[in-house]
Design a protein. Structure first.
Lengths: 162, 335
């Protein structure tokens, strides 16, 4: 990977990696540190990483560092969601989004990562399996379980919200 | 793919995860169109999909390489170009230094400027180096001469004692004159006096004394030595079986008074030697250890290096000259 390709990786993937991490751990400073560490590792190993594999490499490194971070902190302190910058959306979408995020945050870390990687990054089961060091069938089963949980939670929240 | 009551949920999840082929997606959509009751189920599952959320990493620019140094436009001989640029910079910098002589500036500008800088930085020109080399050679030469002179004088003394001993021992084989025996005894006594002076500080038997005694014995014939040793060891065993060194030296001082008796004269040094060896071995067997007390403040102290005897004053003079030379050299270098 050339220096130019590395800079392109920063442009294209830094936001995605940051979003994935910050949605998982909900702590902006720690998420920034993890992103920085991931890109540092990419820079150190740039000779071995192909440009087309850079995104997967970054997410893999960031995911494992996030897991380490979660294990070390052993807690997921909630931060004010307002500290995470969002694009303005209308009221209905905001409510639905808030409910969904509340449900997602109640998932276990693996299910949460699966949902985030699938929905935000659009990775296939196989790619998610590589990033999270799982089998394809495990990804499929865990993700389906997560969707059912989210559906049930949303249906449970809906009467309260209404 | 078979869509029915038991499989629809899995296939719907694959549908919203975009894991179905276009053909399979069409089949699912047709199934929902045929069975509107499943449409709500599909909508509920679609609601679990997170919509895109734009979050930007705030320090993206910090992750990028801030300055990219490219060698693409420098050509193949960029190294030579760099050297030339550096040389030009060096020349201009040398000109800008105030207080440097023109010759030194020119030497810096030369291609071999680095070597000139190294030599100058030591403050050691060729002339000084030559002087230093000559001085070192002279010191080594005179030092070696001094050492060899002292060792030769020691050897000469030993030889004179050995020769005299041979002469003293001669009565057993061939008669000797009184004059010669007197001379030999004087030599031995003077040597013993010298040793007694040393031993006045050190009561322990000196190694050199033993060596001298052994040399005396080795210079005589084996037969004479064995005979005399037998005779004298018997005689000493009867009279003074445990003589100390000082007693032996006192006995040696008595030699001039008993020189008329050739047996006594001959016997005494040998008796001393055997008694010394016995005394030393006794000390060793008893395990007693005594140490020599050296007066380091004594200006007339004799320095022994191995078997060489060195005059302390001369040695100090040499070291003084060497240290003065080195100090002078250091001050020149500092200047």
């Amino acid at each position: 990977m050339t220096d130019k390709a590395y800079n392109e990786c920063v442009d294209n993937f830094a936001d995605g990696v940051y979003r994935f991490i910050v949605k998982n751990i909900r702590h902006t400073e720690d998420a920034q540190d993890i992103v920085q560490s991931a890109f540092e590792k990419l820079w150190v190993n740039r000779a071995q990483v192909l440009p087309e594999k850079a995104k997967s490499y970054l997410f893999t490194v960031a995911y494992h560092q996030m897991i380490d971070h979660i294990r070390k902190s052993n807690k997921m302190p909630l931060v004010d969601e307002a500290s995470i910058p969002h694009q303005p959306i209308n009221q209905a979408q905001t409510e639905l989004k808030a409910l969904l995020m509340r449900a997602v945050n109640e998932l276990n870390p693996t299910q949460k990562s699966l949902v985030l990687l699938k929905d935000y990054e659009g990775y296939s089961y196989q790619e998610i399996a590589e990033i999270m060091n799982l089998s394809d069938s495990q990804v499929k089963v865990y993700l389906h379980r997560a969707r059912i949980i989210l559906k049930n939670k949303l249906s449970a929240y809906a009467p309260t919200a209404s | 793919m078979q869509l029915n009551e038991s499989t629809y949920e899995t296939i719907f999840l694959l549908y919203i995860d975009n894991e179905l082929s276009p053909k399979e997606r069409l089949e699912v959509e047709a199934f929902i169109a045929d069975n509107p009751s499943y449409a709500l189920e599909m909508e509920a599952l679609k609601a679990t999909v997170l919509s895109s959320d734009k979050i930007q990493y705030p320090f993206k620019e910090n992750l990028k390489l801030q300055s990219e140094i490219s060698l693409d436009g420098m050509g193949e001989d960029w190294e030579e170009d760099l050297k030339a640029t550096y040389a030009t910079m060096l020349k201009s910098d040398v000109e800008a230094i105030p207080g440097l002589s023109t010759s030194f500036k020119n030497s810096l500008k030369k291609e071999t400027a680095s070597e000139a800088i190294i030599v100058k930085s030591f403050g050691f020109n060729q002339q000084k180096f030559t002087y230093a080399a000559v001085a070192a050679c002279l010191i080594i030469f005179f030092g070696y001469q001094q050492l060899t002179k002292s060792s030769v004088s020691d050897l000469a003394k030993s030889n004179s004692i050995a020769t005299n001993l041979n002469k003293v021992l001669a009565p057993n084989i061939s008669p000797i004159t009184t004059t010669k025996s007197t001379g030999s005894s004087e030599n031995i006594v003077s040597n013993s006096n010298k040793q007694a002076r040393v031993n006045s500080i050190n009561p322990v038997t000196k190694t050199s004394q033993l060596a001298t005694t052994k040399l005396q014995v080795s210079n005589s014939t084996k037969t004479q030595r064995s005979n005399l040793l037998q005779q004298e060891s018997i005689a000493m065993a009867e009279t003074t079986p445990n003589n100390s060194v000082l007693d032996n030296q006192a006995a040696m001082k008595e030699i001039p008074r008993t020189y008329n008796n050739p047996i006594t004269i001959n016997a005494t040094p040998l008796a001393v030697s055997t008694a010394n060896i016995d005394a030393e071995s006794t000390v060793d067997e008893k395990g007693l250890t005594t140490y020599e007390v050296i007066d380091t403040e004594d200006p007339n102290r004799t320095i022994y290096i191995a078997n060489f005897e060195i005059d302390g004053n001369k040695f100090r003079g040499i070291t003084r000259r060497v240290s003065a030379f080195l100090k002078r050299n250091k001050s020149d270098k500092e200047k």
